[in-house]
Structures are given as structure tokens and as C-alpha cells.
Design a protein around this ligand. Structure first.
Ligand code: SAH
Length: 344
């Protein structure tokens, strides 16, 4: 179905730039992957799905920030792309240690997936919740913000450019002998070394919207995702039923992601005068905010879970698993309120 629509658009407009292809595949209102599929926990597993410790520790991290803010009466808590709601359920359960923090929270979830919204409804307890499709739709308030996102930016459409022999090309999806195929669309003459790189206007626009809110309301945004601070090349990957596949088959039924360019997001935030900490390796960040202590407590309280807790710590922190490719970055205002966890 979605493939027919893609073919139609290619016939009308020519090869589709990679970000337009991703936008249709992931966000088409009826057939896009993130409109119709649960994904999380099926095609891929994320840190909060690996262990309750991830959401719990972020809850305690946020509680520390609330204390730094001087315990305001109201806090706008935002999660972007909450998936099944697991992170937020663990976050709020941990936050119960401070009744005043819990009372201060109004929760806003930014989500385009109706299947996942239902799951979130079932899991998220203790606080008032509102859903929005866009960051800009979150009502403006005078309450400081605490915003979090785990594996949200990697799902946003990404462009890919190639410079070869002083000509700039954009990677696109077109038709070759009636089959969908990647091709390089020549754009213009462009002097410079032969090179391939990605750009993400959608991620930059999302960060821009976050930055504007932080400037108005103050607070912090914590971005957890896999990616790089500096780098070249391309990173588009597809997962179908948990296995790597071609982005050009099972369109709308497979997850497409790209690595997040943290360096670029950092530049956007710094250029607007916000402060940034990180990106720091996820393993280091989680240890900094108390992973080992939390793991010990869980093992002590439930000795039968010893092995699974230990396995989760390894998956979340080991460099061969999620420990280094996954990173955490904080954008915040005012500069004096440094969020916890970024000690090198
Ligand atoms: N944070 C969750 C889920 C990550 S998957 C976890 O860690 O388990 C990506 C999430 O972002 C899903 O909830 C998906 O539906 C949502 N999403 C993807 N693209 C989006 C967009 N453009 N706007 C809002 N939400 C989006």
C-alpha cells in the first residue's frame, strides 16, 4: 500500500530525497510505521524495556533537578516519543519518594502513534497527562520544564549527501527497472573533498522548538540516544521483526533509524545561548546517577532476580552493548542549575 504511494510520488516528482522517503515510511498518517505499529519491544528493544532501573534513575535524576530549581509549585514534565510508557511508569514510581515533586508535575507526552498512546494510558499513573503530536502544541506555562527523550531523535527523517569530484549529490529513492532503488541525485557544483554525510532538518527543528521553550520557561532537556558527536558517513538502518533488513522492503512495516548527530544538536542549543552538558557515554552517565547502587538494592530485595539485574547492567553500560554508542546530552537554562550525572 505505502509502496504504491511512494511509487506514485516518484512518478510525479522524481526520486524522493531520503528524508522524504523516511517521512512517508515512518509517519504517513495511515500506513507509516510509527502510526500503525507498536515497534518497541517487538522490532527493537530500548533501555527502559531492558530494565526498570533506567526509568527509575531518570526519575531520581529529575527529582534532583526539581530540588535544584528550589522545589517549585508546578513543573511541566515532558516526554518525547514515550513508546509503551515503560520509562515514564518507572520514572513516576521512583518519583513517589517525594510527594511534593509528584504533586507539582503535569505530564505532557508527545506521541504520534495511536497504538502506543493506548499502552501509555494503561501504564502511566499518579499524575495528570495530556498528549500532543508536536512539541509546539505543549501549552506554554510559567512552570519550569523537565523534558526527556529516549530513542526519539533517531526516528526522525534524515538526509544523506555525497560530494564527489566537486559535485554535490543527495541520496534519494527512485525507480530502477521498476524496482525501488537508492540513487544519487546531482544537486550542484560544490568544491571540496570527496565525502558523505547526513543532515537532519527534522531533528534540528525539534531541538529548536525545545530550546525556545527552555528559553521561555527555563529547565532542562535530557536527550538519550545512539549517535556520534563528530563524524561522517551514513547510518540508515532498517529492522523488520527484530532483524536487520533493507530499508526498501516492508516499507511501513519496518523501523528505520539513523544515528543522532549530537554535535549538530549541541551547536543549535549553544548558538541560542543555552548551556549543554555531554554527550556523555550512556554507561558512564547511568553509573554517575547511581546505577550500581540501584542494582545492588534490587538484587538484595529479590535474590531470584540477581542474574537478570546483572545482565541488564551489562547491556546498559558495557561498551560492546549500549554503554558507548548510546549517549546522553543535557540542554539547560539557567547555566547555574547544572543537571546531575555529567562528571567525566
Ligand atoms: N522512548 C521509548 C520509545 C522509543 S521508539 C523507549 O525508549 O522505549 C520512538 C518513539 O517515538 C515511539 O513512541 C514513536 O511512536 C515516537 N515517534 C516517532 N516519530 C515521532 C514523531 N515524529 N513525533 C512524535 N513521536 C514520534
Amino acid at each position: 500500500m505505502l509502496e504504491d504511494l511512494l511509487r506514485q510520488e516518484i512518478k510525479e516528482k522524481g526520486p524522493l530525497p531520503q528524508n522524504r522517503f523516511m517521512e512517508l515510511a515512518l509517519q504517513h498518517p495511515l500506513y507509516g510505521y510509527y502510526r500503525a505499529h507498536e515497534g518497541v519491544g517487538q522490532d527493537f528493544t530500548t533501555a527502559p524495556e531492558i530494565s526498570q532501573m533506567f526509568g527509575e534513575l531518570l526519575g531520581l535524576w529529575a527529582l534532583d533537578y526539581y530540588e535544584k530549581l528550589g522545589r517549585p509549585q508546578a513543573i511541566t514534565l515532558v516526554e518525547l516519543g514515550p513508546g509503551r510508557g515503560t520509562l515514564m511508569a518507572d520514572f513516576l514510581r521512583a518519583a513517589k519518594v517525594s510527594p511534593s515533586f509528584l504533586r507539582a508535575l503535569t505530564l505532557h507526552l508527545v506521541e504520534i502513534n495511536p497504538v502506543l498512546k493506548q499502552k501509555q494510558q494503561q501504564l502511566v499513573q499518579y499524575v495528570a497527562v495530556e498528549w500532543h503530536e508536536k512539541i509546539e502544541d505543549i501549552p506554554l506555562s510559567s512552570a519550569p520544564l523537565i523534558m526527556i527523550a529516549n530513542e526519539f531523535f533517531d526516528a526522525l527523517p534524515t538526509q544523506c549527501f555525497v560530494r564527489q569530484e566537486n559535485i554535490l549529490y543527495e541520496r534519494a529513492v527512485g525507480l530502477h527497472e521498476d524496482a525501488l532503488a537508492f540513487m544519487l541525485n546531482p544537486l550542484r557544483q560544490d568544491k571540496g573533498p570527496n565525502q558523505m554525510w547526513e543532515e537532519t532538518p527534522a531533528a534540528e527543528a525539534a531541538l529548536q522548538a525545545i530550546v525556545e521553550r527552555l528559553l521561555k520557561q527555563q529547565g532542562v532537556f535530557l536527550c538519550c540516544d545512539y549517535g556520534y558527536e563528530k563524524g561522517e558517513g551514513e547510518s540508515l538502518q532498517a529492522l523488520f521483526e527484530g532483524k536487520p533488513s533493507s530499508p526498501l522492503v516492508q516499507i511501513g512495516r519496518s523501523d528505520l533509524t539513523c544515528h543522532v548527530n549530537f554535535g549538530r544538536l549541541k551547536e543549535v542549543a549553544l548558538s541560542k545561548g543555552l548551556d549543554v552538558l555531554g554527550p556523555l557515554a550512556q554507561g558512564k552517565f547511568l553509573k554517575n546517577i547511581g546505577l550500581d547502587l540501584r542494582a545492588e538494592t534490587l538484587k538484595h530485595n529479590n535474590p531470584l532476580k540477581r542474574a537478570s539485574v546483572e545482565a541488564a547492567v551489562v547491556r546498559l553500560t558495557h561498551p560492546r552493548h549500549m554503554g558507548e554508542l548510546f549517549k546522553v546530552m543535557a540542554v539547560f537554562s539557567p547555566p547555574s542549575l547544572k543537571p546531575l550525572g555529567f562528571e567525566p
